[in-house]
Each structure stands twice: as C-alpha cells, then as structure tokens.
Design a protein around this ligand. Structure first.
Ligand SMILES: [Zn+2]
Length: 406
C-alpha cells in the first residue's frame, strides 16, 4: 500500500513497525477486553521533507476529550513550567500588553506563571474536564480543538493577535499538522513568536523506540521541522535544547524575515546532515538495535522460566506495553502488573491483558523477578523496592542492555 506524507504529499517509506496495537493508555475492565480496538502502528519516513510519521491514528476525539493526566500534579513539571515561562517572558520581552496563548494548555500548570507577571493569558485544550479545572483557577481556557474559526474568534474577542503562542508536545500529536500551523500563523502577531517544545528524534536512534505510540503521530528532527515550517511560510529562527529533558527541542518560529536566523539552527541542521538524518538508511537501523535487545532479553527470560521462577512487571506505563509487544513477551512470561496509581488498579492492561495489582501485593506474594519497564528510572524504582530486594527479590532491566540486578 502506498502512503503520502502528511506534510508534502511525497510517497513515504515504512521503517519500523509494531503492527496492530490498541491505545497504550487505555486500561480495560474485564468485560471490555473483547471489544478492544487495534490500529496499525508503523512509522514511515518521508525522503523529501524528512518527517517521520504514522499513517494510521486513533481519532483525537477518542484520545483527548477526557484526559486524566494533570500536568500540575507533577512537581518536576511545575518547576519546568515556571522556568520556561520566566525565561520566555524575559527573552521575548513580553509585557502587560502582551497576549500569551497556549495550545493544549492542560490545567493551569504553565499559564499561571505568565499571569503572575501580569501578562494576559488564554488556554486552549480539548479536554473539557481539564479546561474546567483551569477556569476555576482563573486561567481563561477554551475547551475545544484549535481551528481557524477559533483563531478568528480569539482575534475578534481580544482585539489583537497573540504575542506568544506556546505549545508543549502538540506538534507531535496533531495529525492535521499543516492546517494546524497555518492557523498558528493566522493567530500570531506580525513581529512576535510561536514556541513549540517536542521530543527530539535523537531518542529514536538511542534505543528509545518505546515512545512510539499512536498519540505521537510525528517524530521530528530539526531538518523535518524546517521543512514543515516552510510549507506554511513560517520561519524557524532559533532552536534550543531543553535542559531538564535533554531529548526535547524548543523551536522559535515567526513570520518570515522578522528575526535573524540563529547559529543554533545552522549548527543543528549541519550536525544532522553529517549524521545522515536525511537518509532512510539511518532510520532502518532502529530495528536492528531493537532486535538485538530483544534477542538478549528473550534469552534471560527463557532461562528464568526454565528455572520455574515467576516474573511480574512493574509500572503500567505506556512504554511498557510497547516494549512487551515488540519483544513478544506476553502473559506466558509474566503473572501480573504492579502499579501505584489507584486509577489503574484492578484493570487489565491494553493488548497483553495482564491484571494491575497494588504494590502491597509484594507483602503477600513472592514473585522472584520484577521486570522494570520504565527502564529509564530503574535506579529510582529499585531504591523504592528495597524491602522486596532485601527479602528475596531480583530485578530485570530490559533496555538498553538487558541485565539482572540482584
Ligand atoms: Zn514529506
């Protein structure tokens, strides 16, 4: 089957597939398991504009209208939001006449900091339950998907356009990205800036293929972002990396010829060209790496099962489901999942349908091994589970190099 690029309509090439997958964030009641919907999860590369993308997506209406994640619940997130707001307000010289619009604003986590500087703020988020929480905190928030009509309404109601449009992660999430950016362009004041933050494709090349899931429609390099901006006649004039999550990029976008293009843009683009980010061969290598991890992990798990030992999986995070699926590690290897979040307990995980238990089960049950699927924070988890480790427990860390920790 031939597919066309969502940005430039050129024919695209598949390079990594997890085949049919359900939404990895949708935990199920037992009676809903048989009705679980699956969608193809293959990532494609456009050789013309260099954007990596999915062709099949779950309708955003199903994913984002009732969202359970509140950004303000995470203290790291709040600190990051405060730093970003203060930094941008100063760097872009925002003042009391400015208007800041945040796309996919979630709750009040970020805009509150601009408001503290007496800057007028407006949030837009399709999740009605979350927009309500923001409005109750006096952060004006429109519960809707961003659109041209909405942009026009904002312009008419405020008698002005936005001086800063900010969006964290939206560029990766919105399937109709070209339209979306053209609406950003409409709403953006002539001499001002839109700033977007999103995961840098670097992580894909460094084993982090477990962040490929349906919510993430696009995976951007600087080369790809530059092509995308060009399509709608916006200019990418600066790029910064995020200190907290070093794999994130901040991009600064404006109408053409407003700002001088910074050396950062040229440097990152040159680095990417030297690493062949514009070639399909670079992307194909992701599968080789993933397969080599898979072979090693399978050997470890098979050895454990031959010894008749039991394994449970720790933390029902999205990336866990992706890893298990890719590794074809199913119910036959794993007894159940342990998760701290009460909203997930007693439900069944997507796809593999393992039951989620509360951590207290470790006081009564005695699994021999805990497979840590949020492997990037494995040290933190092993520390938390020190009691289990002291008594009888061992851990398996699957990525980037599968190993047993006892
Ligand atoms: Zn393209």
């Amino acid at each position: 089957m031939n597919y066309k690029c969502r940005n430039c309509s050129h024919e695209i090439i598949p390079f990594f597939s997890l085949w049919d997958m359900p939404s990895v964030n949708l935990f199920l009641k037992k009676e809903d398991i048989s009705r679980e919907k699956k969608y193809d999860l293959t990532v494609w590369f456009c050789p013309n504009c260099y954007i990596a993308q999915l062709t099949e997506t779950i309708p955003p209406q199903d994913l984002f209208v009732e969202y359970t994640y509140l950004s303000s619940m995470s203290t790291t997130m709040l600190k990051h939001a405060e730093d970003v707001s203060n930094y941008l307000a100063e760097k872009l010289k925002l003042n009391q006449n400015s208007l800041v619009v945040e796309l996919a604003s979630n709750d009040w986590y970020l805009l509150q900091y601009f408001q503290k500087l007496w800057i007028k703020v407006l949030g837009i988020d399709p999740a009605k339950n979350i927009a309500k929480i923001a409005n109750e905190k006096w952060i004006e928030t429109i519960a809707d998907f961003f659109s041209l009509n909405l942009a026009k309404n904002i312009y008419e109601n405020n008698w002005k356009k936005a001086d800063l449009i900010y969006g964290a992660n939206v560029l990766a999430h919105v399937p109709w990205i070209v339209d979306f950016l053209s609406w950003v362009k409409f709403l953006l004041n002539d001499k001002w800036t839109a700033v977007f933050e999103f995961p840098y494709i670097d992580w894909l090349f460094e084993w982090k293929f477990d962040t490929i899931y349906h919510e993430h429609v696009f995976y951007y390099s600087a080369l790809a972002i530059k092509s995308l901006c060009k399509t709608v006649w916006l200019e990418l004039y600066n790029i910064e990396t995020n200190e907290m999550q070093w794999w994130s990029l901040f991009i600064y976008v404006s109408h053409p010829w407003v700002f001088k293009i910074s050396d950062n843009v040229k440097n990152i683009i040159n680095k990417e060209l030297s690493l062949w980010y514009d070639q399909i061969e670079t992307y194909v290598k992701i599968k080789e790496k993933a397969d080599s991890i898979n072979n090693k992990l399978k050997k470890i798990l098979d050895w454990i099962k031959n010894e008749w030992k039991r394994i449970v999986w720790y933390w029902a995070a999205a990336k866990g489901t992706i890893l298990l699926n890719y590794f074809w590690v199913w119910n036959n290897y794993i007894d159940y999942i342990i998760d701290k979040a009460p909203t997930k307990q007693w439900l069944y995980s997507p796809w593999v349908h393992l039951k989620v238990e509360a951590p207290e089960i470790l006081n009564t049950d005695q699994p021999d091994y805990i497979l840590i699927l949020p492997w990037n924070i494995s040290n933190e988890i092993i520390k938390q589970l020190n009691d289990y480790r002291q008594k009888w427990g061992k851990f398996i860390v699957p990525v980037p190099n599968p190993l047993i920790i006892s």
